[in-house]
Ligand binder design. Structure first.
Ligand code: BV8
Length: 262
């Protein structure tokens, strides 16, 4: 690992254009469950993939809205971890860098990352289900604290204050198209970078999972940080087998200490 970290630090420290792609694993050490971890407690009997769909919401709006309110409450109580802060430090060191996340939490922003690209939306951007997609603010829809699901986990979604349609989470569900502007910006950044650092993603959800391959085929060096092997191993130049909060601070320190030492 030490040699791999040294090589990765050399590549990162000399890169002019850096892209960072993150998945749920970057927030794991903040206590936010990953997407494919077994759901805890209330949700142990559900498969996240089944809940994260428009069909599930229409079939049982209170259950799905309750799940997202439970997740929003957990994120609101979580803090960014050293992995999030190391990524914000990369952005400071490399002006031409882009952070792309599949996550719907706000931990990158709270760690200081400027304008991360959210491919799958956000827990903090609810909107109504009408075609207009009127934005809803949590001030409108909940007193103060994020909704605490009752023991059954159900919370009735609010109605839009503009058109009375149901309010839904502002995330991209399976079977829904990603926001075109976000996807285009992410693909363009990946196709024009020297280094792409992929952190904490299982690389199984498309089209986000195509992004590291786009970078590799454009000549970038892809570095992966993940304690487990993933399908992305095949496009990586370097695999750092470890957790985000442990590996990223060491990588950033080595990248710019090394360069500073000349
Ligand atoms: C679409 C928001 C079409 C909701 C999410 C090919 C091309 C295009 C689409 C498809 C395709 N093949 C299949 C599809 C359909 C589908 C798909 O990809 N299915 C998969 C499961 C096969 N894709 C879609 O439906 C997408 N839409 O293509 O629409 C279309 C086009 C036009 C018009 C209409 C339709 C939409 C996909 C987005 C779904 N929404 N999230 C929500 O959050 O509730 S995806 C969901 O999975 C999360 O966003 C999550 O981020 C994402 C990916 O998961 P990961 O982030 O990787 O998290 P995971 O838990 O899997 O893994 C965690 C990793 O971290 C692990 O590797 C673990 O080892 C590691 N780890 C753990 N701890 C740590 C760590 N790493 C570092 N440090 C640690 N401490």
């Amino acid at each position: 690992m030490a040699e791999a970290l040294r090589r990765a630090a050399q590549l990162l420290g000399s890169a002019r254009r850096v892209v960072v792609l993150t998945g749920a694993g970057i927030s794991a050490e903040s206590g936010v469950p990953t997407f494919r971890d077994d759901l805890t407690g209330l949700w142990a009997r559900f498969d996240a993939q089944q809940l994260a769909t428009a069909e599930a919401f229409h079939a049982d709006p209170d259950l799905v809205w309750g799940w997202y309110e439970w997740r929003r409450a957990r994120v609101s109580r979580a803090e960014p971890n050293p992995g999030h802060r190391a990524i914000a430090a990369i952005q400071t060191r490399v002006p031409d860098s882009t952070v792309i996340t599949q996550n719907v939490d706000d931990l990158h922003e709270r760690a200081g990352t400027r304008a991360p690209i959210h491919l799958h939306g956000s827990l903090f951007a609810p909107r109504c289900i009408a075609a207009a997609g009127h934005p809803a603010t949590f001030e409108d829809i909940s007193e103060s604290e994020p909704g605490q699901p009752d023991e059954g986990g159900r919370v009735a979604p609010p109605q839009c204050t503009s058109c009375s349609a149901l309010v839904r989470p502002g995330v991209v569900w399976f079977g829904e198209a990603l926001p075109q502007a976000a996807l285009t910006a992410a693909v363009e950044a990946a196709a024009d970078c020297d280094v792409l650092l992929t952190v904490g993603t299982s690389g199984v959800v498309y089209p986000a999972a195509e992004i590291p391959g786009i970078a590799a085929r454009s000549g970038a060096a892809v570095i992966q940080v993940n304690p487990q092997p993933t399908p992305l191993d095949r496009v990586c130049a370097i695999n750092l087998r470890g957790t985000a909060a442990q590996v990223l601070p060491a990588l950033v320190a080595a990248a710019w200490e090394e360069t500073d030492e000349g």
